[in-house]
Design a protein around this ligand. Structure first.
Ligand SMILES: [Zn+2]
Length: 331
């Protein structure tokens, strides 16, 4: 399926050394008849070792990973690397340029588009190229996200668990190396996500969520900058790179039940009554939805249905029926 992609790479991924340029996705539009969408890529290759793909800008409005990977891409040298490190700080470039979750060109959500389609819209073409070319021979994928515009996250790694205890131990050690304080484990799903795509190609994939609210969280940025270096050292891609020790061991939590998402059941203004990091009980008040357009109506209470620990909450106040207000997990 590789040869059918319209994307061409300015960077020879098989070449030794440090190479930077664009993946060119042809895009003929009113203002640019023979143009291309420039997806930045840096490949740093040096002899034998693991193939590691570091990715951000999968969603365009999630910034800490974009910054951390841009800084890494500008400083990592071939002499630091064993094997290959491929850095994609702006994976869905149109969404990154617009600062939006989805692409303004086709409405595509890259992280719901795998395995993609080489003759589909641009987001689907990107997904197809990542899965069929970039993830070929992959050993590790780190996909950096945040809560984006609509959500706020505690710094949390999302880690798949399976029946193979050895594989689970490998992933737990990766999360510990990253030094992300929380880790949500979930049963393996073969889905439309970048991590599922990497897993289909034999890679060990972890997603990291950092902050959100369409902002850059300085502490989360420092956390992932230091974490990336420990991660690269841990997987053997940068065995001699300088690192600082992780501040704490991760707390492993589970999400395995749809009821752990709390949804708005009326439209209005979301007033959170609990916050990130709180432990809550079933039946406890989670939020009030106020209706200033109909002030004669009482605010609508929303309660938690399960005991748990809040890892994520809605950032935006205006809320529609069906918006996710909280995500809770349990130990
Ligand atoms: Zn995301």
């Amino acid at each position: 399926m590789t040869s059918h992609s319209p994307i061409t790479s300015e960077v020879d991924l098989d070449a030794e050394g440090r190479h930077a340029g664009y993946l060119r996705l042809p895009h003929s539009v009113h203002r640019s008849a023979y143009g291309f969408i420039p997806i930045p890529i840096v490949s740093i290759r040096n002899g034998d070792g693991p193939r590691v793909v570091l990715m951000a800008g999968n969603h365009g409005d999630e910034y800490e990973g974009q910054i951390a990977l841009a800084m890494l891409a500008s400083t990592l040298e071939a002499a630091d690397v064993r094997g290959q490190v491929i850095i994609l700080p702006a994976a869905n470039t149109p969404a990154v340029r617009a600062g939006t979750r989805t692409s303004p060109i086709d409405g595509g959500n890259l992280n719901r588009s795998f395995p993609g389609d080489p003759s589909g819209p641009p987001t689907s073409v990107i997904a197809h190229y990542l899965e069929s070319v970039i993830f070929e021979g992959i050993d590790y994928l780190l996909d950096l996200h945040s809560g984006g515009t609509s959500l706020l996250y505690l710094p949390t790694a999302l880690v798949r668990v399976e029946d193979d205890e050895h594989a689970n131990a490998v992933r737990r050690a990766l999360v510990a190396a990253l030094g992300i304080p929380y880790a949500l484990t979930f049963r393996s799903v073969d889905g439309p996500y970048a991590t599922s795509a990497a897993a289909r190609r034999g890679g060990i994939a972890i997603t990291v969520e950092l902050g959100g609210g369409a902002q850059v969280d300085r502490l989360h940025l420092h956390l992932i900058e230091a974490g990336l270096r420990r991660y690269l050292r841990h997987v053997g891609a940068c065995p001699h790179i300088d690192t600082k020790p992780a501040a704490s061991a991760p707390r492993f939590l589970q999400v395995d039940d749809d009821a752990q998402y709390v949804y708005a059941r009326s439209a209005g203004v979301f007033e959170p009554v609990a916050d990130l990091g709180d432990t809550v009980d079933a039946g406890q008040l989670a939020a009030r939805i106020h209706r200033p357009e109909q002030p004669w109506l009482p605010a609508e209470p929303v309660c938690f249905e399960h005991r748990g620990f809040i890892v994520c909450r809605r950032a935006l106040a205006r809320t529609e029926i069906g918006d996710c207000l909280f995500q809770i997990a349990h130990d």
